[in-house]
Design a binder for this molecule. Sequence first.
Ligand code: SAH
Length: 356
Amino acid sequence: MPFLKKMKTDIKALTYEQLSNILSEYSLPAFRSKQIYKWLHESGCTSFDEMTNIAKDLRHMLFEKFYISSCGIEDKYISNIDGTVKYLFRLTDGEFIESVVMKYKYGYTICVSSQVGCKMGCTFCASTLAGFNRNLTAGEIESQIHSAQKDLGIRISHVVMMGIGEPLDNFENVMAFLDNVNNENGLNIGMRNITISTCGIVDKIYELMDKKLQLTLTISLHAPNNEIRSRTMPVNKKYPMETLLEACRRYGEITGRRVSFEYTLIKGINDSESDALELADKLKGSLCHINLIPVNDVRERGNVRSSKDTVLKFCNVLKRNGINATIRRTLGADINASCGQLRHLKKRGDVNENSC
Ligand code: SAH
């Protein structure tokens, strides 16, 4: 990153309120803040020079104080199976992140990253393999949407925070991102079209519920008990299942929104009939939904996917015991764009298994 950029603030990371407050110090009228905000968040501009209705000296002043974060397209992979697109984005400081765009009947969904790498250490996931480097700014999270929209010439209607990183471990920036992405002068994506997935940072789930946002919260559960969960998801040692499930129950009460769960099925680890029964027992009586995901291949991990038959059986045991369960369709399988396959690359070319 050029030295000066380090000293500057990412203007795209500011919420509308923060931006207006800063600009009001320069005695600028309120409509100027709105114009600048629209350039950044509605148009997704990447340079102050693009702000053609803003006077040159003001653009220069902005340039002196701020920079605009962006996601440059370093690589792009398109699935031959279902048209899913995976991007390798280069950030302003040369770091890389990945994002995925999927087409559904109702529109386009983007799966965005929230951190460069991940510290959570789940034993089945690729995102944590190369460790953690830094949080993304709110602007960098949003830039993934702008870059993909521009490149594909589409409008993205849904956002899932299921890319690289743990969104609740980057809480403040993720909240600023939500504020901006939901703003009517920005991308204007409704909260109900946004999903946050967490491995279960319980303190932050409580903080999130107090905000009473109408987004969908999904929990990466992946185990029927503490013994298996602590072995595969280190976060469980700090926040055991009972405290996590209690937080989910409270989340539903406070926000009126049903929490959903993700459960990755790994052969011989968490996919037996007794695992399904234990899981059903734990979730009994709670209004929830479970997405079952046969584990996706992550070369270094060596986990084996449960057979189709086992997945179906697991699903049926849950259903018979009153739990609403579905099996998730895998998208982007030929370009390593599925759940848990997005990676923190230290430098371009670290892993070339995406070439197809
Ligand atoms: N850190 C957050 C966001 C990541 S979302 C979280 O844990 O929820 C990515 C989802 O894919 C999570 O549910 C994660 O547990 C799951 N996942 C990770 N590795 C996987 C794999 N190999 N196969 C299938 N799902 C996987």
